[in-house]
Design a protein around this ligand. Structure first.
Ligand SMILES: O=C(O)CCC(=O)C(=O)O
Ligand SMILES: [Fe+2]
Length: 298
């Protein structure tokens, strides 16, 4: 079914994507985007394995006051899950500062792999967001929109639970950012909820990236930010990397007036994403599946 989305121009691809439900969520961009070379796609998993194979006492040296940047792991709710995040990982120096904490003698090949991968995915993210704004007829805001965002690269490992029972790898959530692009190894686990509440499993392929809309774009009312989770079974570890485009703090996010009409009423009051995250990372916010709606819903 994805094939239908490939053929035409970029715009056609995305319209198909928006008007359909789940099939369109998993968009195989092979035909329109061949930028991330296979070598790099392979190298990323070797890099992630090298990182998460470090001893726990090394990994926990990566600390950060900002949520999801330092080492996250060993949480009782999600015991299979570990992650680290790097702000603007498309810039070499940002990756290098984390690398040097993990490998005090440096590890340039790790830094280079992470940086190149992030840079390529950030280009893909820009293509996607341009397509979205164009197809909504609000491309005049493109520059303003792009200037008000930055990137976070999240790298994740989910241990296999060593049983055939399915165990939670990552709990149900919607992403809070703008667009998320995920790439993963061959181990299944990602599930996405359709608009009518059914879970669908994602079948990984080395040629596919998963593109997901986050709540900050969902505010446009016409794009759906799906609930998703990771469910693990078996012995093998699942490695994934996600590039998250996120609104910069100090910018008020609001839907362009052109997009608000009777059929598409305003969903959220204008909000500052960094202020919103202060609510989201409270205990109440973490339990709230509709955190953005609670925070600034109309
Ligand atoms: O590992 C994955 O594929 C999903 C990760 C995810 O949903 C997230 O970090 O928000
Ligand atoms: Fe997510």
């Amino acid at each position: 079914m994805a094939r239908r989305l490939w053929g035409g121009k970029e715009k056609t691809v995305l319209r198909g994507y928006m008007n359909q439900k789940f099939v369109s969520f998993q968009m195989d961009l092979k035909k329109i985007f061949e930028k991330v070379p296979l070598e790099l796609r392979k190298a990323i998993f070797a890099a992630l394995q090298e990182l998460f194979d470090l001893p726990l006492q090394t990994k926990i040296l990566n600390v950060s006051k900002k949520p999801y940047r330092g080492y996250v792991g060993q949480y009782p709710m999600v015991p299979l899950f570990e992650s680290m995040g790097i702000d603007d990982a498309n810039v070499y120096e940002n990756v290098e500062s984390m690398t040097n904490i993990m490998w005090p003698h440096g590890n340039p090949s790790f830094s280079k792999t992470i940086q190149s991968f992030s840079e390529q995915l950030s280009e893909l993210d820009q293509i996607i967001r341009k397509m979205i704004l164009e197809s909504l007829g609000v491309e005049k805001y493109l520059e303003e929109h792009m200037n008000s965002t930055n990137y976070l690269l999240g790298v994740m490992k989910y241990k296999g639970p060593q049983t055939s029972d399915t165990k939670v790898g990552l709990t149900t959530h919607s992403d809070k950012n703008i667009v998320t692009i995920l790439y993963q190894n061959e181990v299944e686990g990602l599930e996405v909820m359709t608009k009518d509440g059914k879970w669908i499993s994602y079948r990984p392929s080395p040629d596919s990236f998963v593109v997901m809309i986050g709540d900050s774009l969902h505010k446009l009312r016409r794009l759906h930010s799906p609930f998703h989770r990771v469910m693990m079974s078996g012995n093998e570890a699942r490695y994934s990397a996600g590039l998250f485009s996120i609104p910069k703090g100090g910018n008020i996010i609001k839907a362009p007036e052109e997009l608000v009409d009777e059929e598409h009423p305003l969903l959220f009051k204008p909000f500052d994403h960094v202020e919103f995250l202060k609510y989201y990372y409270t205990e109440k916010g973490q339990r709230d599946q509709f955190a953005l709606r609670t925070y600034c819903g109309v």
